[in-house]
Structure formats: C-alpha cells, structure tokens
Write a protein of this length. Sequence first.
Length: 290
Amino acid sequence: MKKIYLGLLTGFLALCFAVPVFAQGGTLEKIAKSGEFTIGTRDGAIPFGFISKDNEHVGFSVDVAKEFHKALEKKLGKSLKFTIKTTNPKTRIPLVSNGTIDIECGSTTHTVDREETVDFTITVFLTGTQLLVKKGSGIKSYKDLPGKKVGAAQGSTNEKAFRDLNDKGEIKPAANLVVYQEHSQGFLALDRGIIDAYCTDGILLAGMRAKAPNPDQYEVVGGFITYDPYAYIVRENDSKFRDFINIELIKMIKDGRYAQIYDKWLGPKGVVPYPMSEEFKIFQKLEAWP
C-alpha cells in the first residue's frame, strides 16, 4: 500500500511540474501578472529578424511585434516591458511551449506537423524554398545538385525538403546535406566553398545576398521547391491569446499598418526589395475576417 501511495504521489508531482505555470490562466493573464511581454525572434533572418549595426534586434517581424505590444498595453490598461529573446529553428518551438517567450515573431513556416505541438497565427508572409549559389557555379535548380554539398538550417522545412528529395530519388546520386544552426553559418560555408549551395526560403536568401559584402557574386536560383506560408508561433490551446493576436493582425492589414511595415523592409527602398505578389494580396483579403 505504501508503494502504491508513493507511486501515485510521484506521478502527481511529476504531472504538476510538467504543467507550465502560465497554463492556469493563459498568456494574456501571464503578461498582465508579470507586466512583461516577451517575444522571440531571429538574429540572422533578414529582413524579418536580425541584429542591426547598433547591436539591436530589428526587422519586419520585430516591428509587427511592437504593434502587438501597443495593443496589449491598451487592452490591459497598463505599461508593459517589451523583451526580445533570440531564437533559432531548433529552439523557437520549445521556448514558446515552455513559456520562456509569449510568441515567436520570426520567419517560421506554418506546417501540419508543427501544429501537433504549438498553434499559429494567420499567415503573415508567403515564400518558398530556393537555393543561393555563387554565380558561375552552373547550378540553376535542385536537379543540378547530384553529389554536391547543400547547406540548410537544422530543424527547418528546407532541411526536410532536401531530405525528401534525396529519399524520393529526385537527386541521383543524393546531395550531401550539411546542417547549420544559423543562416549566417551556412552563408559563410558557401562563401568559403565548403558547400555548393545553401537552401532556405527565397526571401531570406534575397536578404542574405543583399547584406553580403559582395552581393553581385551570388544569385538566388530555381523555382519554389516547397510552399512556405509564414506565421507566428503561439502556445497550444490558448485561443484567447491567439485570437487577440489574429484580430490585431487583421486590424493592421485593414488600416494600412501592415503595408507600411512591409514597405519599410521589403519595399523599393527597403532592406530587401521584394514586391508583394498578387497572390499574397488576394490571400490577405481572404484571411482578413469581417
């Protein structure tokens, strides 16, 4: 009987400690109680989240998160500390799940598999997997990669895309996939000739090229290998907070703030000029609920 009691007690304590402290009241309540809104973003995903020359987190998604911050202060009727933590493809989901950050505002693709662990906002950007290569490499698409070395960020949809191409025999002989923690590491490997191509979302490759010391030496090649709708990560089963963020995003689309932020970072004079496609414009109208 004593063993049964101890077993039950141990199981109960394990369950208690497994439940995050924020679960009892949800993210909005957690933010209200702590007086702090904590976001996660990238440090090398230009133009969505990266480190500026002044050593500060900046980018499209950071500016969107600042709009969330203003809306939260208005809703909660109090000033909130705005905190930014760096994430990468490997840490972004765990940091949301365990409550370290309240939302991840970076450049994350919304996938069915990821929905098993966390929830997502409505789509904030559309792109797809492409390749960055040195000009004159002879590589024009993934079909030119048999036996070559291709870099990708660990845990990304791009890594999965190339593993799938290898597994399905689309690349024969298979490309040698080399994974990196950060895009900056992959770009350095490409620059030094360690890999023949680096794959990630087309918009991020355009950003890497734009920020390179010698951008004319690189080119983004190939059509989209995968379709990648970006969305922001929020905790599972917290519809109250997810709805709040989604409604704010819709307000931003309707009142023009989203377009202003887009133009700042991706417009003709932006950090990475990237015209918004007609498909995305239509998609935004469809997801902006009445």
